[in-house]
Design a protein around this ligand. Structure first.
Ligand code: PXG
Length: 460
């Protein structure tokens, strides 16, 4: 029996009876009922009531090539018939992870040539943490194991992912984090810059927090710094241009490894294959997932730089780590087909030269001047809109987050899926968007802002 035999109400009841959702207040969900997304095509998703919604979030930052790609379905079908599964343990291998690893290495920044597969960003960050600590132990420095991260960072939801991340609410439910991980300030100028401080100065100050943490622990105790090139789930926080070069300089100075989490930014979102290129970063590890398969199947890849890979190979013996689905043949076949689409259609270059700048222009010309908007910012096809009560003072509406939720609800009801994180609206659309899609999004954003403003004027 297929889902079409069930009414929306029946599906919602079964959902409530049996399905625990991620990051969800279940009591609230059960009283409100879930929105049922039942199909999707190109840049649009469709709910069970037939509403067409432009997907401004690419699913959850992942469906980069858009929905309904026959090539990906066919790649999975062909691979499932030929070899649905075999593992990469015990001196076995299968062809598709080999070819995908080669492809990723070709696209990766120079000096990054090895790939360790998993099924999720969280898993790959777990792998990254283990590899980095293992590296220093192999180099005879097991005490060099502290990791520096940032407040409000998101690195996944496993115990290691949560510990690496800097989300207070998640830490509050952790019951004990992985030891020796510290969190420093994030490069979020909209809320954290001082009066009169330039963006450039703020970027240097935020980077200095990394140096302070290294000095506080002692460089011989610090294994690595981990960061998202642009903080995603934390609110599309785009660092000033001065930030990453300074962080890079500091890491080099103290021989601290640089771990990049490109789970969101990897495979085109910022207008380069990796944001490492966008920001001129030379990382030791790069965590990727999401857009590697455009979300069609779960797959993640930890990219490992030559320095670590060399030690692991030469001094490491067996690395006691891996997953049943490390190098899953079907997921890797879809990954290969997906990267081929991105390449063939020139989507990365399109974001860099055309849709990315056009998206920035749309936000600036149509959205930035709205009475509810304190700031717009974007890089490639990743953007944020700060919702404020007072544009001059940046005062927010109370209770915190309530105005952004109104904007979000009006956006979804007006046919645009957009996220609210605190008082920040987020957009991270499929990178197959065209100028027309950007225009359509612009219209719907303004409509949602107007409707929320009318509500807020009535409310306050
Ligand atoms: N790192 C980053 C930078 C991420 O954005 C992960 C790691 C973990 O990936 P997995 O595949 O284990 O989920 C992510 C995931 C949100 C949201 O609310 C963002 C993510 C996941 C769930 C919700 O924006 N990003």
């Amino acid at each position: 029996m297929t889902y079409q035999n069930y009414s929306l109400k029946q599906l919602q009841q079964i959902d409530a009876a049996h399905h625990l959702h991620p990051f969800t207040d279940h009591k609230e969900l059960r009283s409100a009922g879930s929105r049922m997304i039942v199909r999707a095509d190109g840049p649009f998703i469709y709910d069970s009531e037939g509403n067409e919604i432009l997907d401004g979030m690419a699913g959850l930052w992942c469906v980069n090539v858009g929905y309904g790609r026959e090539e990906l379905a066919e790649a999975a079908y062909r691979q499932m018939k030929e070899l649905p599964y075999y593992n990469a343990f015990f001196r076995c291998s299968t062809p598709t992870p080999i070819l995908l690893a080669k492809k990723i290495a070709e696209l990766a920044p120079k000096g990054v040539n090895q790939v360790f597969f998993g099924s999720s960003g969280s898993e790959s960050n777990d792998t990254a943490l283990r590899i980095v600590r293992h590296y220093w132990a192999l180099e005879g420095k097991p005490e060099k194991n502290r990791i520096i991260s940032r407040k409000s960072a998101y690195h996944g939801s496993t115990i290691a992912g949560t510990s690496l991340g800097g989300m207070d609410l998640m830490h509050g439910q952790l019951g004990g984090a992985v030891p020796n991980i510290v969190h420093v300030m994030m490069p979020y100028s909209f809320e954290l810059s001082l009066p009169g401080e330039s963006d450039h100065e703020f970027g240097l100050r935020a980077a200095k927090a990394v140096e302070d943490a290294i000095l506080e622990a002692g460089a011989d105790k610090v294994a690595a710094f981990i960061g998202e090139p642009v903080m995603g789930a934390g609110g599309v926080k785009i660092p000033p241009a001065s930030y990453w070069p300074e962080v890079q300089r500091i890491c080099r100075k103290y021989d601290v490894l640089l771990m990049l989490d490109e789970v969101i930014t990897g495979y085109g979102r910022t207008g380069n294959w990796f944001a490492a290129e966008t920001y001129g970063i030379e990382p030791d590890t790069i965590t990727t997932a999401k857009a590697l398969t455009s979300g069609y199947l779960p797959l993640s890849a930890l990219l490992v730089g030559d320095r670590i890979a060399h030690t692991l190979e030469e001094k490491g013996g067996e690395f006691h780590h891996g997953y049943t689905y490390s190098g899953h043949p079907v997921a890797c076949a879809v990954g290969l087909a997906n990267l081929e689409i991105i390449e063939k259609e020139g989507l990365v270059e399109r974001v860099r030269d055309d849709t990315g700048p056009y998206f920035a222009k749309m936000l600036k010309e149509r959205v930035a001047g709205h009475p509810l908007v304190g700031e717009v910012r974007s890089v490639g096809l990743m953007g944020a809109i700060e919702i404020v009560k007072d544009r001059a003072t940046r005062e927010r509406y109370l209770p915190a987050g309530s105005a952004a939720v109104m904007v979000r609800d009006h956006a979804v009801n007006s046919g645009l899926m957009m996220r609210a994180t605190g008082d920040t609206m987020i957009l991270s659309p499929p990178i197959m968007w065209t100028r027309d899609t950007v225009d359509l999004a612009g219209e719907r954003i303004v409509k949602a802002l107007d409707m929320a403003l009318a509500d807020l004027r009535k409310r306050d």
